[in-house]
Design a protein around this ligand. Structure first.
Ligand code: RNT
Ligand code: ZN
Length: 421
């Protein structure tokens, strides 16, 4: 039995009163939450497959496991699945598309020849829903990236190819941003790195810097387009050395005032990205998050409401960093229903933000007063505040099922649509 509006309202009233006693305005928190847009990654819907029909498998040191039935095979299927996922996620959001999801009409279009027209279907779809879009060049799953190097490749011809692909991607991003009236963040991530210990760690980095400078040479209006760069510690097959490390891109982004992308799975296993935000945002204009969950390695598990996620949300809210942070998701799990994966990961991300928005002022007051005992006590006690009732009320206000109720919709879609694929 789904929760009734009456029971949601009743629980909310109790929660609202408790939060009010602690000086927290639940209405204001819900309003603030409704202004936050999450960029949903298209690649959860088809296991990072893309629509090139090239027969190239996934590569670049990332991997999807599982073979749950119902993977989207065409742009229309992927859009239908996204529609379903979005109907289960409260608020207005964005779509994050990878270049190899273009609509190429059955023709082979080389990566360096992609143009805005190949993304018209996506732009029209986003426009009809009032959504913004973000974009990514696809520098993997391609014969030209087969030896693990792209923008830092020792051969100029290979670098040139990927530089052209990234330039084409920026133009597409700018066209999206212009068409949709909200800047598109185009994020450059490359897999380049060595499985085993390199001798020369410097030359590939010098080549990467040069390639990036060529890619970003043309100024694009920030009204339509923003450039982001994503670092990484290691990948499968690049365990010993990644050209685009954190220090590399942090330096590059600071020097060139680019958006710095921080992926939660791209650091040492016990290293979180939450603590990086206040520092990074002192020196770069904006950050892009790839909210993800690594289990023992950069495994891209579906995001759940764990301490790492809550810490990120706390930092963004406490330090008022939301206006300079683009929140994107980056996980892919093919062992469970893919639409449920989107719903779980996105709802959890929103929940973490709601919890942060509902934080009682007592925590900060205790710290200011130097009362570290009270700070820890409040941190623990605030975990049991009735925010779940506020979340359900928020879902209902956005015409989206409450917790415990959305899964039935996924199951219906699975038997009506996914099981027929
Ligand atoms: C890989 C990066 C990158 C990709 C996507 C598909 O480790 O996280 O962001 O996951 O571009
Ligand atoms: Zn990422």
């Amino acid at each position: 039995m789904p929760k009734s509006s009456k029971s949601i309202a009743k629980s909310y009233a109790v929660a609202q009163a408790r939060f009010a006693e602690l000086g927290v305005d639940t209405k204001a928190a819900m309003r603030a939450l409704s202004r936050i847009r999450i960029s949903l990654h298209c690649w959860q819907g088809d296991d990072v497959g893309g629509f090139e029909k090239s027969g190239e498998g996934l590569s670049g040191g990332i991997a999807v496991t599982g073979n749950y039935p119902g993977r989207a095979r065409t742009p229309d299927e992927l859009r239908a699945d996204l529609d379903k996922a979005l109907s289960l996620i409260p608020g207005k959001h964005r779509l994050n598309l990878h270049a190899f999801y273009g609509e190429f009409g059955g023709k082979k279009v080389e990566r360096n020849e992609i143009r805005p027209k190949h993304f018209k279907g996506w732009i029209d779809w986003a426009k009809s829903k009032g959504m913004g879009m973000d974009f990514n060049p696809t520098c993997f799953a391609h014969p030209m990236s087969a030896d693990g190097f792209t923008l830092s490749h020792p051969k100029k011809a290979v670098r040139d190819f990927w530089v052209e692909h990234c330039i084409a991607s920026r133009e597409i991003g700018a066209a999206m941003g212009k068409a949709l009236g909200t800047p598109t963040v185009t994020n450059v991530w490359i897999p380049d790195g060595f499985k085993d210990t390199p001798v020369d760690r410097l030359s590939p980095r010098l080549r990467l810097e040069e390639s990036l400078d060529r890619i970003f040479a043309k100024k694009l209006s920030p009204k339509h387009h923003l450039d982001a760069v994503e670092c990484k510690l290691f990948g499968i097959g690049s365990e010993s050395y990644v050209v685009g490390s954190h220090e590399f891109y942090m330096g590059y982004a600071v020097k060139n005032q680019k958006v710095l992308c921080l992926d939660a799975g791209h650091f040492h296993p016990t290293e979180g990205i939450a603590d990086k935000l206040s520092s990074a945002l002192m020196f770069v204009p904006e950050v892009l998050l790839h909210v993800s969950r690594g289990v023992r390695w950069d495994s891209d598990h579906v995001v759940v409401l764990d301490d790492a996620l809550q810490s990120i949300a706390n930092e963004l809210v406490r330090n008022k960093l939301l206006s300079r942070t683009h929140i994107g998701l980056d996980f892919f799990d093919a062992s469970i229903n893919r639409i449920a994966a989107w719903a779980i990961g996105t709802r959890s991300t929103l929940k973490s933000l709601l919890v942060a928005l509902l934080e009682p002022p007592a925590l900060r007051d205790a710290e200011k007063a130097g009362d570290l005992t009270a700070r820890l006590a409040w941190m623990e006690d605030s975990k049991t505040l009735p925010w779940g009732a506020v979340w359900d009320a928020y879902c209902e206000s956005q015409n989206v099922p409450a917790d415990g109720d959305w899964l039935a919709e996924v199951k219906r879609y699975e038997s009506a649509v996914l099981s027929k694929r």
